[in-house]
Design a protein around this ligand. Structure first.
Ligand SMILES: NC(=O)c1ccc[n+]([C@@H]2O[C@H](COP(=O)([O-])OP(=O)(O)OC[C@H]3O[C@@H](n4cnc5c(N)ncnc54)[C@H](O)[C@@H]3O)[C@@H](O)[C@H]2O)c1
Length: 262
C-alpha cells in the first residue's frame, strides 16, 4: 500500500534509499536542504539556475524555473539519473521589496513567474514520477510572509501566499494517490539573500539587529533549522499532509509583552 505506515519509524533514517530533487539547492537554504536528505541516505539532485554550488554527492542539474521546457528537461534528467523520484522540494525563490505601489507590472510578472509558476512547473513535471513512488512527498518552501503582514513585502507576500494556498489544494488533490504535500514557513533566515538586503540598507548593523529582534527567539533562523523540516518529506511524516510548518523563532505564533520600564 502506498505510504503504508512504517513498522519502525525512525525519523530521518526513513529517507535512506529515497530519491529527491531540490530546486534552488545551490545557495542559502538550498544546500542545507539538499545535504540533509543526502546525509540520511537519499540520493539528491539539485536543480538551479547556477548549480555549480552543489557539491558531490549531490547531482547538479541546470534549470530555469521561469521556463517550462527547461524545468521539464531538468526533472526528466533528475529522475533518469536518480532512477525515479520520491521527493520534490520546491525551494528556489526570489525576493521583492516594496509596498503595493512600488513595483511595476513587469516586476510582479517576474517574481510570480519564478515563485509561483516555478513551483507549478516543477511539481507538474514531477507528478508522473511521484505517482510511481511508495513514499511520495512534495515540500514547498513558503515563508512567514504568507501568513503575517510584513512591511515592504506586498509582492513577495503575494507570491508566497500563492504557494501556501496551492499547497493545501495539492494536498487534497493528490492525497488518494499517496502523494503528501506540505510547506515550510521560515522566518528570516541567515542566508546570502538576507546579506544582500543588509548590504543595501543605510545602516546594515541596525537593520540586522532589528531583524534579530523581530523573532522572539532573538536571532535569525539557521538554514540547517529549515533543512530539518525535510522531516516532512520523510516516511516518518507519513500521516502529515496539508500543513504549513512554521520555522520562524516564534514570529508567527507568539505575542510577547513589550518590556516595561527597561
Ligand atoms: N532567506 C530568508 O530569510 C527566507 C525566509 C523565508 C523563506 N525563504 C524562501 O526560501 C527559499 C530559498 O531562499 P534563500 O534565502 O536560500 O535564497 P538564495 O537567494 O540564497 O538562494 C536561492 C536559490 O534559488 C536559485 N534560483 C533563483 N531563481 C531561480 C530560477 N529561476 N530557476 C532556478 N533556480 C533559481 C538561485 O540560483 C539560488 O541558488 C526561497 O523560496 C525564499 O522565498 C527565504
Amino acid at each position: 500500500m502506498k505510504g503504508a505506515p512504517l513498522s519502525n519509524v525512525n525519523g530521518m533514517s526513513g529517507l535512506s534509499g529515497l530519491k529527491a530533487a531540490v530546486t534552488g539547492g545551490a545557495s542559502g537554504i538550498g544546500p542545507a536542504t539538499s545535504r540533509m536528505p543526502a546525509e540520511h541516505g537519499a540520493t539528491v539532485a539539485v536543480l538551479d539556475l547556477d548549480p555549480s554550488g552543489a557539491a558531490e554527492p549531490l547531482i547538479a542539474i541546470k534549470a530555469d524555473l521561469g521556463d517550462d521546457a527547461s524545468v521539464r528537461v531538468a526533472v526528466e534528467t533528475a529522475a533518469g539519473q536518480l532512477g525515479g523520484l520520491d521527493i520534490l522540494m520546491n525551494n528556489a525563490g526570489i525576493g521583492a521589496v516594496g509596498t503595493i505601489e512600488d513595483n511595476p507590472d513587469e516586476e510582479w510578472h517576474r517574481v510570480l513567474d519564478v515563485n509561483v509558476l516555478g513551483t507549478v512547473r516543477t511539481t507538474r513535471a514531477a507528478l508522473p514520477y511521484l505517482r510511481r513512488s511508495s513514499h511520495a512527498a512534495v515540500v514547498n518552501i513558503c515563508s512567514i510572509a504568507a501568513t503575517a503582514g510584513l512591511p515592504q513585502r506586498a509582492l513577495y507576500s503575494a507570491s508566497k501566499g500563492a504557494v501556501l494556498s496551492p499547497t493545501l489544494a495539492m494536498a487534497a488533490d493528490h492525497v488518494h494517490e499517496g502523494i503528501r504535500v506540505n510547506c515550510v514557513n521560515p522566518g528570516t533566515v541567515d542566508t546570502p539573500w538576507v546579506t544582500r538586503l543588509l548590504d543595501a540598507a543605510d545602516d546594515p548593523q541596525a537593520e540586522r539587529a532589528a531583524l534579530d529582534a523581530r523573532q522572539p527567539l532573538g536571532r535569525l533562523v539557521a538554514a540547517d533549522e529549515v533543512a530539518a523540516a525535510v522531516y516532512l518529506a520523510s516516511p516518518a511524516a507519513g500521516s502529515v499532509t496539508g500543513i504549513a510548518l512554521a520555522v520562524d523563532g516564534g514570529m508567527q505564533g507568539l505575542r510577547l509583552r513589550p518590556a516595561v520600564g527597561a
